[in-house]
Design a protein around this ligand. Structure first.
Ligand SMILES: Nc1ncnc2c1ncn2[C@@H]1O[C@H](COP(=O)(O)OP(=O)(O)OP(=O)(O)O)[C@@H](O)[C@H]1O
Ligand SMILES: [Mg+2]
Length: 200
């Protein structure tokens, strides 16, 4: 961009990682509404916190209250929503932390764009997989009910598509495993791939 010059930081990402004693990366949770993204992201965050791993959760509704309150749910706005979150997530990675994002992020292309913002070992896509019928049965926010009787339009899974990740780093099936088991699957992945220390 004209007249905007990148200023290199004095303290680098590597310096911050070295001090923290761990890697930094995005744990990108994607899945249908009610699949368990927020529940799982917060439970993994708690576990990482207990392990002394610096981390922060970015959650859909909270971001839409502030940073992205000017955006709606059209395909265009959903894309911009994810783009901005990707840029914020990148800042967290640069700060030496893990950032856990809990957004439906229904479009493969948008998730790919975020992946491309980061280094190969900095983007961990976690598909929180749960059948639509089960999500609709859970309906923790009563949104499916509203979508079914037309009070909400363009609701993912009902009248807006959800594109399944083609090659996620991890798939967690919340209708088959307890929350605790799902948390363990994520932690095991991070240990196995040397993103955090500990027994594999
Ligand atoms: N193994 C599991 N992991 C996560 N959540 C589970 C699991 N089993 C059952 N649940 C329940 O499923 C519901 C998931 O709701 P949650 O708000 O986390 O979904 P979400 O994916 O964040 O939805 P939204 O996109 O609308 O924010 C909760 O009521 C949670 O208790
Ligand atoms: Mg949520």
């Amino acid at each position: 961009m004209a007249n905007i010059v990148w200023h290199h930081t004095t303290i680098t990402k590597e310096d911050r990682r070295a001090r923290n004693g761990h890697h930094s990366a995005v744990l990108w949770f994607t899945g249908l509404s009610g699949s368990g993204k927020s529940t799982l992201a917060n439970a993994v965050s708690k576990k990482l916190f207990e392990l002394g791993v610096q981390n922060y959760v970015l959650d859909g509704d909270n971001i839409r209250h502030g940073l992205n309150k000017d955006l709606g749910f059209s395909a265009e706005d959903r894309t911009e929503n994810i783009r901005r979150i990707g840029e914020v997530a990148k800042l967290f990675v640069d700060s030496g932390q893990f950032v856990l994002t809990a957004f439906i992020s229904p479009f493969e292309r948008d998730r790919q764009l975020v992946r491309q913002l980061l280094e190969a070992d900095e983007f961990i896509e976690i598909y929180v997989k749960c059948p639509l019928e089960e999500c609709e049965k859970r309906d923790p926010k009563g949104l499916y009910k509203k979508a079914r009787n037309g009070e909400i339009r363009e609701f993912t899974g009902i009248d807006s598509p959800y594109e399944e990740p083609s090659s996620p780093e991890l798939i967690v099936e919340t209708h088959l495993y307890s929350l605790e088991e799902c948390v363990n699957q994520v932690i095991a992945y991070l240990r196995h791939h040397q993103r955090i220390k500990g027994e594999k």
